[in-house]
Design a protein around this ligand. Structure first.
Ligand code: SF4
Length: 327
């Protein structure tokens, strides 16, 4: 890792990072819809490079609890300050957006709300409930803050049974104090571990950005940590500096290194891994959810076959045994 830099400059993006400007009809329709429903998206607030592609397909990641975050991470473009008043119409507006766009899989995230007693957990629950009422077949993925020092908040959100629970580790533990000063690596890891322990049916997901000065060994260690927390799905994407005020990109990681990361992560037992320069937590979330479901079924089939192989069950013997009981 290089020394922390005081001055920040933009590094020229390599060819594999360039994306097209968002100009499509679908993009404009999505933007108008979000404005009309007074919904904020992380797509715009975080200046996501995939916005042209996603919004053309009407895939957005809605950001609840306002557009102002009570933390100040050095990589994040979302404005920081005192949190906005919680909008009571937000759950209904999110549900309407799902209906209008016929969304099959929604990703809901939020700013950090350290100012609220429950960190915003109850608003997550209300939004999930409103979406379920409006569109019971829509699957729900949440990308939450860490609910640090908010007792009971995590459990409240888990009880709402989202299909996917995502919380990003963002970077390697060594860089936390500089990149993510308000958070704690092991708290975040533990949060994901708890989700799985409380409700194993919920898929868990987490991601990191690379190019912040982490080493390959550190990334591999994060993979191991995630597996020890039983995380199902890992995402790895290139960090991009949103403005000159944000931490500078240390390195543009080459596409073949992302492929290497993906292979290593899959070999460690994740159900699914998305690793590419433009991977973001919610990029292709709907397609990834299908991959997750299929991978879990495959895994179950394999473990059943293994049990049968290790200790074959004699079906005829079992029937006789049951008949004795019934008699
Ligand atoms: S990748 Fe996620 S945050 Fe980026 S535009 Fe797509 S939905 Fe929005």
């Amino acid at each position: 890792m290089n020394d922390i830099k005081k001055k920040s400059e933009f590094k020229r993006k390599p060819d594999w990072i360039r994306v097209k400007a968002p100009v499509s009809k679908g993009y404009n329709e999505t933007r108008n819809l979000m404005r009309g429903l007074k919904l904020t998206t992380v797509c715009e607030e975080a200046a996501c490079p995939n916005i042209g592609e996603c919004w053309t397909k009407k895939h957005t990641t809605v950001m609840i609890l306002g557009d102002t975050c009570t933390r100040a991470c050095r990589f994040c473009n979302i404005k920081t300050g005192k949190g906005n008043p919680v909008d009571p119409d937000e759950p209904a507006n999110v549900a309407e957006m799902v209906l209008v766009t016929d969304m099959k899989h929604i990703v809901i995230t939020s700013v950090d709300r350290d100012d609220l007693p429950d960190g915003g957990a109850s608003q997550f629950v209300k939004v999930i409930a409103a979406v379920r009422r409006a569109s019971p077949d829509t699957t729900i993925e949440i990308l939450t803050p860490d609910f640090r020092n908010k007792p009971g908040a995590l459990e409240t959100v888990i009880a709402a049974k989202p299909d996917v629970f995502n919380h990003n580790l963002e970077t390697v533990p060594r860089l936390y104090s500089f990149i993510r000063p308000g958070a704690r690596y092991f708290h975040s890891l533990n949060l994901l571990s708890k989700v799985k322990a409380i409700d194993p049916e919920i898929f868990t997901k987490s991601g990191i950005m690379v190019g912040l000065g982490e080493t390959e060994v550190e990334v591999l260690q994060v993979m191991d940590d995630m597996r020890s927390a039983d995380i199902d799905f890992m995402t790895i994407g290139q960090y991009l500096q949103p403005t000159k005020k944000h931490v500078e990109v240390e390195e543009f990681i080459k596409p073949d290194q992302f492929v290497k990361f993906k292979k290593r992560a899959l070999s460690k037992g994740f159900l699914h891994v998305s690793s590419s320069p433009l991977t973001r937590s919610s990029h292709h979330a709907s397609e990834d959810f299908e991959v997750l479901k299929t991978a879990r079924l495959e895994q179950l089939k394999k473990s059943e076959a293994k049990i049968q192989q290790d200790a074959p069950i004699d079906i005829e013997e079992m029937k006789k045994h049951n008949a004795n009981y019934e008699a």
